[in-house]
Design a protein around this ligand. Structure first.
Ligand code: PRX
Length: 654
């Protein structure tokens, strides 16, 4: 049986518990019907839950494939995430409950956040940052990351957060593409007891970034002997965050932003070597994340919400920062690794902080499962009332384990499908309404039109197809930064007869009950541990190495990470395939892109399987990496190449 068959024979169902349902924000299907009858009106209702300084005059302007939502409306994202809670009853409520990997802790109330964000806004303004300027944030998961994002939003600067695991080269490319004026970083961050030298990475990246005027450095290591111990400060360019903040006034009027003004750019992998700067705007994005946080997680006033993602990914943007804070929630933030110092760190955090809603990724769940039940069982997890999953398909076995061992059999699970591009959750159960099936993200939420579409553009109610959005939604990406052509090409050119259909790049199935089962990417993008990696990016990195002539990278199934990277490499004349070179190449990719892109397997080969027109047949390489029987090889220029590759690969495995 294939994975798909296994999924589709999964017929366990879990209905919402009666008590949960009674207390839930949404407990009937009415909202679906209402939203289906008038999707734009539905979204307008959701947008009204935010504070606007000027109301919109037109809810949607749709000139496919470009959408504008809440046209003419003005609001400020930082005001919505902070000020309005301070003005109301949440002034002393904890906004961020943060824990560093070494065990240091900080709690910021909404009032504290209010003061810090205003100071940050003033600090940036004093450095000459203006509305529309780009600020790159390259920080560990510390409260300053959130303060910096909101500080940018407050003055209308566009933030672009880069995950702290990315290498100097990746930072350089993103800084240059965004033409950032300021970079905010830290002397270091902690990961598995080690210090990630962020400032040093920035120094290296900035050797070739002419747009950057100032670097602001957060001191993550107070108490170290002198400020300069972990970061060499460049005269005239580098400034300490704590010194600037100490001088910055604590009152700042938020700048009213047009609903369509850019809130942030976030880079994500695509099918080519160049990452795409996904552009999100203010009004629609905030509406999407606010609505979905409240209803998908059934968020209530006294919940303690922990989204374990880093702010370097879209999940951190939408469900650690903007969604929960716009709803006035208490958010837990943890800097480090889940197995540091022990494999029960997550459960220890859940117990101590009284986490009620946990949102994490299948790759983590599979690791916890492997580490054993004894770790969660050491802790009182009885406060948990809802569990979420995101980033990749969750296999039914991991889903059941999550439900039974972490959720004690009582917490509903929301498996949430969405993307950097969608900005907010699109397909998910509503926990007080939907009967869930392990492994299925269930149905599109109210207001969205996710459909399965076949190659010819026909909508299919059951069976397999491509995932598409047939109508615009408020939190959709607006374009790719500096590359609108690529936006149109990547997302709105799949079905020439439907230039208004958004192509998500995922394949999916719908069963006879209409449930969606996401199968993963259909393009050359892999999903490794919930992170998107373009195979082309890794190939480009490999061929930069002086020993490499040609490289092809494919994905293979991996027990924990979902997918792993397998690289097939041909060497230049005179180079020799050695275990040392293999290690060197793996490190080389990690240095070029970041550790998440380090290939698991590297196979040296004299030749790669190519068609007669010279195209590498990745399909065959995937068969080899997966250990499957080879598919059709008749179109190959030299059929012998694959047979010998397969033999080598198998020899390497054994
Ligand atoms: O393939 C889908 C997978 O992750 C991709 C989006 O990746 P990214 O933009 O990095 O955003 C990740 C967090 C939203 C999708 O195209 N994906 C995400 N969530 C799920 C998923 N696949 C299956 N089930 C999910 N719940």
């Amino acid at each position: 049986m294939t994975d798909i068959d296994v999924l589709l024979t999964e017929n366990r169902k879990f209905a919402p518990d009666a008590a949960f349902r009674r207390a839930a924000h949404i407990s009937s299907r009415e909202l679906y019907d209402y939203a289906a009858a008038d999707p734009v009106g539905f979204w307008e209702g959701m947008a009204r839950e935010l504070a606007w300084t000027t109301p919109w005059t037109k809810a949607l302007e749709w000139t496919p494939p470009h959408a504008k939502w809440f046209v003419g409306g003005k609001l400020n994202a930082a005001y919505n995430c902070v000020d309005r809670h301070v003005a109301g009853s949440r002034r002393n409520k904890a906004a961020l409950v943060w824990e560093g990997e070494p065990g240091d802790r900080r709690t910021l109330t909404y009032w504290d956040l209010f003061i810090e964000v205003q100071k940050c806004a003033n600090m940036l303004a004093a450095l000459g940052v203006k509305k529309g300027d780009r600020v790159v944030i390259y920080l560990p998961l510390v409260p300053e990351a959130v303060i910096a994002m909101l500080g940018c939003a407050r003055i209308g600067a566009i933030h672009s957060v880069i995950f702290g695991g990315f290498s100097p080269d990746s930072v350089r490319d993103r800084v240059n593409d965004a033409e950032a004026k300021i970079v905010i970083t830290a002397d270091g961050g902690y990961r598995r007891g080690q210090i990630v030298p962020l400032k040093r990475n920035v120094d290296k990246a900035l050797e070739d970034c002419p747009s950057v005027e100032k670097v602001i450095v957060v001191r993550r290591r107070p108490g170290a002997e002198g400020d300069e111990a972990f970061a060499t400060m460049q005269e005239g360019r580098d400034l300490w965050w704590h010194r600037l903040m100490a001088r910055a006034p604590s009152k700042h009027e938020p700048v009213p932003m047009d609903a369509e003004d850019v809130l942030y750019i976030l880079y994500t992998s695509g099918t080519t070597g160049k990452p795409k700067g996904i552009v999100h705007t203010t009004g629609g994005y905030l509406t999407g994340v606010t609505m979905t946080t409240k209803y998908v997680f059934d968020l209530k006033e006294d919940d303690v919400f922990w989204c374990t993602a880093d702010v370097g990914w879209v999940t951190g943007h939408s469900y650690l920062v903007y969604g929960p804070l716009a709803n006035g929630a208490t958010c837990v933030m943890y800097e480090g690794a889940p197995d540091w110092p022990e494999k029960d760190r997550f459960w220890d955090i859940c117990e101590r902080h009284g986490v009620t809603i946990l949102y994490t990724a299948p790759t983590a769940i599979r690791a916890f499962m492997k580490w054993g039940d004894q770790h969660p069982q050491k802790h009182d997890l009885s406060r948990l009332r809802l569990l979420g999953s995101v980033g990749e398909p969750i296999n039914p076995e991991a889903w059941m384990w999550y439900r039974d061992v972490i959720g004690g059999g009582r917490c509903p699970i929301v498996d949430t499908w969405w993307q950097t591009e969608t900005g907010a959750i699109v397909i998910s159960a509503l926990p007080g309404v939907t009967e869930t099936k392990p492994g299925s993200a269930t149905f599109p939420l109210p207001g969205y039109s996710a459909e399965l579409v076949d190659n010819s553009g026909r909508i299919m109610k059951t069976g397999g197809g491509l995932l598409a959005m047939t109508r615009p939604w408020p939190s959709m990406l607006r374009t790719i930064w500096n590359d609108d052509k690529r936006y149109v090409q990547t997302y709105f050119s799949k079905w020439p007869e439907h230039p208004d259909y958004y192509f998500a790049g995922d394949g999916a199935k719908r069963d006879d009950d209409g449930y969606f089962w996401i199968l993963g990417r259909v393009d050359d993008v892999l999903n490794v541990a919930g992170h998107r990696i373009g195979t082309m990016e890794v190939e480009s990195a490999l061929v930069e190495h002086p020993s490499v002539a040609e490289a092809a990278v494919v994905g293979r199934a991996h027990e924990l990470k979902g997918q792993a990277l397998a690289a097939f490499v041909t060497l230049r004349e005179g180079q020799h395939a050695t275990p040392a070179l293999r290690d060197e190449l793996r490190e080389f990719v990690a240095e070029k892109i970041g550790a998440i892109a380090r290939p698991d397997d590297i196979l040296f080969s004299a030749d790669l399987p190519k068609t007669r027109s010279g195209k590498i047949m990745r399909r065959l390489l995937r068969d080899i990496a997966e250990g499957r029987a080879l598919g059709d090889t008749t179109t190959l220029a030299d059929p012998n190449v694959v047979a010998s590759l397969k033999e080598q690969y198998e020899a390497q495995e054994s």
